[in-house]
Design a protein around this ligand. Structure first.
Ligand code: ASP
Ligand code: MG
Length: 402
C-alpha cells in the first residue's frame, strides 16, 4: 500500500517522540508499505518563530515570515530521517522546493496548485521512506510560501491526491473527532466515522484538529482520511463521503463563542438595501453567517447578522463610514452571544429535528435569539453565558452514551 501519513507538532515534540514515530514508521515499512510522511514543526516551534520575528520586526513582511516559519518543518523531517537511519531504515527528507509543491503566491495563506510527484516516486522506488515538510510550498517567484496555521494536514491530503495514495492517515494528539468538545460536554463520545460535509460544518468543533482546507481537498478527490492518535493504538475517526446507513441522526454539536451579532436598524425597506449592505461587507472579506431580517414597517426594517469576533472592529468602522450611503439609522454590535450548531447528514430526511433542538433549550431555560438551518445543520444564537449549558442539553437530546 502507498500510505501518506502526517504527524503533528506534539507527535514530534522532542527526540523521544521522534524516535517513537520512527519506530512506528519502520514497522509499517517492514510490512512492505510505501510511506510518504508529512511532518509539522516540533512542538511549539512555529509559535516561537513568530515570537522571535516580533522581537525584531513587529510588522515583518509576509515573504520573510514564510521564509522563517518554513524552517520549523525542515528540522522535523531531517531529524526523523536520521532517526529512521538509526533503525536501519533507508529514509530521505525533502522540503517543498525539492519536491516542487507549487502554490499560489499568497504568502502566509497559499494554496496548492500542482504537486510534482517525480522525485517522491523516484525515492519510493529506491525503497526509501520519504519525509516531506508540511505547511510549505513554492510560488511562481521560487519563493517559499506557507499554507496558514495548521496547514500540514493539507500538505498530507494534497500529496495523497497527487500520488493517488491508498490511504491518508493524520496522526495527532487526540484520538479522533468527538460528538462535542469533551471539556464542555462530559457525555461526548468519539465518532467512528463522519462525512466530509459534516466535518466541514463542524469546523469549530474540529478547530485545531484538522485544517479545514484538508477536508475540502479530501472531499474533492475522494481521499479516505483517518484521524488517529500517535500516542495510543485506539482506532481513530474515518472521514469519507458517505457513512453507514444505521447511523446517528446528529453527528455532533459545535459551540462557537467567537461570534458577534450586528444589528442594523432603520434600513430603507426597498429592493437593493440588503444587497448594498452585504456587498460592502463581502468586498471587505467579512464572512456572515446567520442573517435575520425583521418585517418592515413605516418604510424601514432591521437586519441582524453574525460575524466572527475578529472582524468586529472592521465591521464597526465600515458601518460607521457608510451609514449615510447605506441610509440606515443606527447599528449595534453585541459581543455576548454564542452559536450552538448541530450537524448531521441524517437530518436531511428527518423532519422535526429543529423542534427537538428548541425543546432541549426550553428544558434548560435558554432563550433563542436567532436561528438558521441548512440541509445538514441547525444553528441557534443564544447568550454567551448560557452556551455551555445549551450545548450539553442539545447534545444529550440527540446523542446518547454508548
Ligand atoms: N507548523 C505549522 C503550525 O504550527 C503547521 C502545522 O503544524 O500544521 O501552524
Ligand atoms: Mg494541526
Amino acid at each position: 500500500m502507498l500510505i501518506v501519513r502526517k504527524y503533528g507538532g506534539t507527535s514530534v515534540g522532542d527526540a523521544d517522540r521522534i524516535r517513537h514515530v520512527a519506530r512506528k514508521l519502520a514497522a509499517a515499512w517492514r510490512e512492505g508499505n510505501e510511506l510518504v510522511v508529512v511532518l509539522s514543526a516540533m512542538g511549539k516551534t512555529t509559535d516561537e518563530l513568530i515570537a522571535k520575528a516580533k522581537e525584531i520586526a513587529p510588522d515583518a513582511s509576509k515573504r520573510e515570515m514564510d521564509m522563517l516559519l518554513a524552517t520549523g518543518e525542515q528540522i522535523s523531517v531531517a531529524l526523523c530521517a536520521m532517526a529512521l537511519g538509526e533503525l536501519g531504515v533507508p529514509a530521505i527528507s525533502l522540503n517543498a522546493f525539492q519536491v516542487r509543491m507549487h502554490t499560489t503566491s499568497a504568502y502566509g495563506n497559499a494554496r496548492f496548485k500542482k504537486i510534482d510527484t517525480e522525485r517522491i516516486r523516484h525515492e519510493l522506488e529506491a525503497k526509501k521512506v520519504v519525509l516531506v515538510t508540511g505547511f510549505q510550498g513554492v510560488n511562481k517567484y521560487d519563493d517559499v510560501t506557507t499554507l496558514g496555521r495548521g496547514g500540514s494536514d493539507t500538505t498530507a491530503v494534497a500529496l495523497a491526491a497527487a500520488l493517488q495514495a491508498d490511504l491518508c492517515e493524520i496522526y495527532t494528539d487526540v484520538d479522533g473527532i468527538y460528538t462535542a468538545d469533551p471539556r464542555i460536554v462530559p457525555t461526548a463520545r468519539k465518532l467512528d466515522e463522519i462525512t466530509y460535509d459534516e466535518m466541514l460544518n463542524l469546523a469549530t468543533l474540529g478547530a485545531g484538529v484538522l485544517h479545514n482546507r484538508s477536508v475540502e481537498l479530501a472531499k474533492k478527490y475522494g481521499i479516505p482520511l483517518v484521524l488517529r492518535s500517535s500516542l495510543s493504538d485506539a482506532e481513530g475517526t474515518v472521514l469519507k463521503e458517505e457513512v453507514k446507513v444505521e447511523r446517528m441522526l446528529v453527528s455532533g454539536v459545535a459551540l462557537d463563542k467567537t461570534v458577534d451579532r450586528v444589528s442594523v436598524a432603520g434600513i430603507p425597506d426597498r429592493p437593493g438595501s440588503a444587497f448594498r449592505l452585504f456587498d460592502l461587507l463581502a468586498r471587505n472579506r467579512i464572512n456572515i453567517d446567520v442573517i435575520v431580517q425583521s418585517a418592515g414597517h413605516d418604510g424601514k426594517q432591521e437586519i441582524s447578522f453574525t460575524i466572527a469576533e475578529a472582524d468586529a472592529q472592521t465591521v464597526e468602522k465600515l458601518l460607521s463610514e457608510n451609514r449615510k450611503k447605506l441610509g440606515f439609522d443606527s447599528f449595534v454590535i453585541d459581543r455576548d452571544i454564542a452559536k450552538v450548531s448541530i450537524v448531521g447528514a441524517g437530518m436531511i430526511s428527518h423532519p422535526g429535528i429543529a423542534s427537538k433542538v428548541f425543546e432541549a433549550l426550553f428544558n434548560v431555560g435558554v432563550n433563542i435569539e436567532m436561528i438558521t438551518t441548512s440541509e445538514i445543520r441547525i444553528s441557534v444564537i443564544i447568550a454567551k453565558d448560557q452556551a455551555d449549558r445549551a450545548c450539553r442539553a442539545v447534545h444529550d437530546m440527540f446523542i446518547t452514551e454508548d
